[in-house]
Write a protein that binds this ligand. Structure first.
Ligand SMILES: NC(=O)c1ccc[n+]([C@@H]2O[C@H](COP(=O)([O-])OP(=O)(O)OC[C@H]3O[C@@H](n4cnc5c(N)ncnc54)[C@H](O)[C@@H]3O)[C@@H](O)[C@H]2O)c1
Length: 419
């Protein structure tokens, strides 16, 4: 594993997350959306996976995507209801950003972030290469216009922002193209992919700089309740230097593998980009447990992997030349700490996105770690939206801003409850 590759991935994530309160908000303010409105949006976007995930209407939301063994993909499981998810939300703008959405594959991701029900968004167009999936996406998000490809949709001058929920290998190329056409861009994870990742990251970064537009990667771990609470701690300077952090994305793909877009035949099948995927080409759910909490980055890496359990990994004889089903990276952080980040597609009894972070100073109970409220137009679709102890548990009577300590001391426990 190349250190520069990991550094670039973390940088990309860092830019996005670190600038969430700065560039992205500033940008949407420039575009007419208020800071507050954007925070609601990002809450809606990022939190969805922790609740149930899936398509953008109530009907579709009942069907969680499953792997070939019939198991629900981690992050899409149904979780507990939170009646207070929209509490405290207030509208601050009538402005609607015109958005085009691309991609309705295995995870029906184009409909999954609820842009279509956000009060400050108008989804004007939808696209998928497959006509059937394109029509289904348009229906799910209420888009009047459809395009045969994201590339065609990007040329539509009336669209202000593009959400790219296509296959991982296509994100960077489509994001750069959209930025070059003067559009703001959100993409699903990861921002860059594969052997080309390092070059793509550079190009993406340059496209953002040159266009003056904004790029955001929707890292869903960022809005897990426990991560978000630690992020608030860090932003308040409460934890001091983060000495050690660790994150994991465990998802046993099973003997049959996990389907994904296969560009050779246009289908969602077992020979798509997820076949024999190197776990650390998909690191962001894990690395968020440092990057999204601190806004920092990784500066050095040393990685190890184990031979994949399933036949497609044998001798690295696959499209990605990858023999590893489980990978672990030891990383040095920009503040001089260390991290262990890991991904696995073949371990038994290992499941979900989770992590832990430990600083020089103890967790400050007085800091409010609750995630921002969501617009009421989003929450009914996903009543499970704010399912974590952080959000569900009432704050102690004396301090309304206090986050329950238990919600932070056992990240793993919280995450397991969620996924
Ligand atoms: N927790 C998370 O953040 C999370 C969870 C699941 C999936 N994802 C990400 O979401 C994305 C989508 O996942 P998926 O499983 O649905 O993907 P997929 O591979 O099953 O489907 C991708 C879809 O994109 C379409 N597509 C490809 N190129 C296109 C183009 N140029 N124009 C229009 N449509 C195009 C394909 O036809 C296909 O329907 C992936 O990048 C994945 O990494 C993230």
């Amino acid at each position: 594993m190349e250190s520069s590759f990991i550094t670039f991935l973390s940088c990309t994530q860092n830019n996005i997350m670190n600038n969430e309160n700065k560039n992205l908000i500033e940008n949407l303010e420039q575009a007419g959306m208020s800071r507050r409105g954007f925070l609601h949006g990002i809450g809606g976007a990022g939190a969805f996976l922790g609740m149930a995930g899936m398509a953008g209407n109530a009907e579709a939301a009942k069907e969680a995507p499953k792997d070939a063994d019939g198991k629900v993909i981690p992050g899409f499981e149904k979780t507990k209801d939170d009646p207070n998810a929209a509490k405290g939300w207030r509208s601050v703008s009538d402005r609607k950003v015109k958005v085009g959405i691309a991609g309705y594959g295995l995870c029906k991701f184009g409909g999954a972030f609820f842009y279509q029900t956000h009060p400050n968004v108008e989804v004007v167009a939808a696209t998928d290469l497959d006509p059937g999936r394109c029509a289904a996406l348009a229906k799910a998000v209420g888009a009047k216009k459809t395009y045969p490809s994201c590339e065609e949709m990007i040329k539509d001058k009336s669209i202000e922002a593009i959400y790219i929920a296509t296959d991982a290998p296509s994100h960077a190329r489509l994001a750069i193209m959209a930025l070059n056409h003067g559009k703001h861009v959100v993409s699903a994870v990861p921002a860059v992919f594969g052997f080309e990742a390092e070059g793509q990251a550079e190009q993406l970064f340059n496209a953002v700089k040159k266009s003056g537009m904004k790029y955001m990667m929707n890292e869903t771990s960022t809005f897990h309740a426990d991560l978000y609470a630690k992020r608030m701690q860090c932003q308040a300077g409460a934890l001091g230097k983060i000495i050690y952090s660790e994150g994991e994305y465990w998802h046993d793909f099973g003997t049959k593998g996990l389907r994904s877009f296969n560009p050779k035949n246009g289908k969602i099948d077992l020979n798509g980009w997820r076949r024999a995927l190197p776990p650390m080409w998909y690191p962001t759910h894990a690395t968020a447990y440092y990057v999204s909490i601190t806004g920092g980055r990784f500066t050095e890496v040393s990685g190890m992997g184990t031979a994949g359990l399933y036949p497609e990994y044998k001798d690295g004889n696959n499209q990605h030349k990858n023999p590893f089903g489980t990978e672990v990276a030891m990383l040095k952080t920009s503040e001089g700490g260390i991290s262990r980040m890991a991904g696995s597609w073949d371990m038994k009894n290992a499941h979900g996105e989770q992590g832990r972070v430990y600083g020089e100073k103890p967790h400050d109970k007085k800091i409010n770690g609750n995630r921002p409220p969501l617009p009421p137009s989003i929450t009914p679709l996903f009543p499970a939206l704010r399912s974590s102890p952080t959000a569900v548990q009432e704050p102690p009577a004396k301090s309304k801003r206090t986050v329950p300590l238990d919600a932070h001391h056992n990240f793993s426990g919280n995450m397991n409850e969620r996924v």
